[in-house]
Design a protein around this ligand. Structure first.
Ligand code: C2E
Ligand code: MG
Ligand code: MG
Ligand code: MG
Length: 283
């Protein structure tokens, strides 16, 4: 492409590409180190039942505490991890850590489902079933306490393979949830062919839902489709009481978002649960 601009402006990389290359080189050295030096951690964000307020489970969200950069968002390193193949070891670490945490909670009488995010690249490797079974067994966790959040991109690359893997996960006892629903390129007929437990409405549809008539119509029809297919529905990114009110009106089952709690460390989550229980007893 650069060549088309003529001899005088011949460039191999644009400045933007140079920046991306430099960033990938930095990650190439530092991400493997992060894994070895225990710089990775999981934060947990509660998912609640809208009708009862009960906590159904948590979503485990990856965080990187970099000595050089501080807290790095998964959005800044997951794409690289997917392209480079680092998502393999990273994903296994997430499975093992989340399973161990759920087991510790269950030993302390807190039977809480833990959801982990799985990217398309991880599903392309069929060893994932084996890895997952290994993580559960090592932790001593019953698979029915584990949820897997897959995005639509997991379904479109190789639908038959995705359906096969999802069936295996569900046979093991784990639940499979479709993350960021509405943002990908999967078709409704495709989703109807996949055995899912829950659809997770992307937060871009939830933002301002109480005031935007177009979003309301969209969300209403998405919920209707999901319910017609017998999938439970959770809304992510709920930030206000007004958004919650609208979601309640249209019959959404579950909610997650800053309005209830931000992602927190395991310790902070336990304290949050204890506080919630205290308030419940007083009421
Ligand atoms: P996601 O799976 O859709 O996770 C939800 C994201 O929305 C999280 O961002 C969460 O902190 C944020 N969020 C939750 N409630 C609210 C809210 O009310 N308002 C706003 N503005 N944001 C909210 P986070 O933790 O930065 O994660 C971003 C994405 O990175 C995740 O999106 C997921 O796709 C990916 N990711 C995170 N952890 C992992 C992991 O362990 N493995 C893989 N493969 N991907 C991960
Ligand atoms: Mg997710
Ligand atoms: Mg999501
Ligand atoms: Mg999302």
């Amino acid at each position: 492409v650069a060549k088309d601009q003529g001899k005088r402006t011949y460039r191999v990389f644009s400045p933007d590409m140079n920046k991306k290359v430099a960033e990938y080189m930095w990650l190439d050295t530092n991400l493997p180190r992060a894994l070895e030096d225990n710089q990775l951690t999981l934060h947990y964000q509660p998912k609640l039942c809208l009708a009862s307020g009960a906590v159904l489970g948590v979503e485990a969200l990856l965080r990187w505490n970099s000595p050089e950069r501080g807290l790095v968002s998964p959005l800044d390193f997951i794409p690289y991890a997917e392209e480079s193949g680092m998502i393999g070891p990273l994903g296994r670490w997430v499975m093992q850590t989340a399973a161990a945490q759920a087991r510790r909670w269950s030993e302390h009488g807190l039977d809480i489902r833990v959801a982990i995010n799985v990217s398309a690249r991880q599903l392309a490797d069929t060893a994932i079933v084996h890895d997952l079974a290994g993580a559960l067994e090592t932790a001593g966790l019953h698979p029915c306490l584990l949820d897997l959040e897959l995005t639509e991109s997991c379904l479109i690359e190789d639908e038959d393979m995705a359906r096969g893997l999802i069936t295996q996960f569900r046979t093991m006892g784990a639940q499979v949830h479709l993350d960021d629903f509405g943002t990908g390129y999967s078709s409704l007929s495709q989703i109807a062919r996949i055995p899912l437990d829950m659809i997770k409405l992307d937060r871009s549809f939830v933002r301002g839902i109480n005031t935007n008539a177009k979003s309301q119509a969209l969300v209403r029809s998405m919920v209707a489709v999901a319910q017609a297919l017998n999938f439970a529905v959770i809304a992510e990114g709920v930030e206000t009481a007004a958004e919650e009110e609208f979601l309640r009106k249209i019959g959404i089952d579950h909610v997650q978002g800053f309005h209830y709690a931000k992602p927190m460390t395991a310790d902070a989550f336990e304290a949050w649960m204890a506080e919630k229980e205290k308030l419940r007893l007083i009421a």
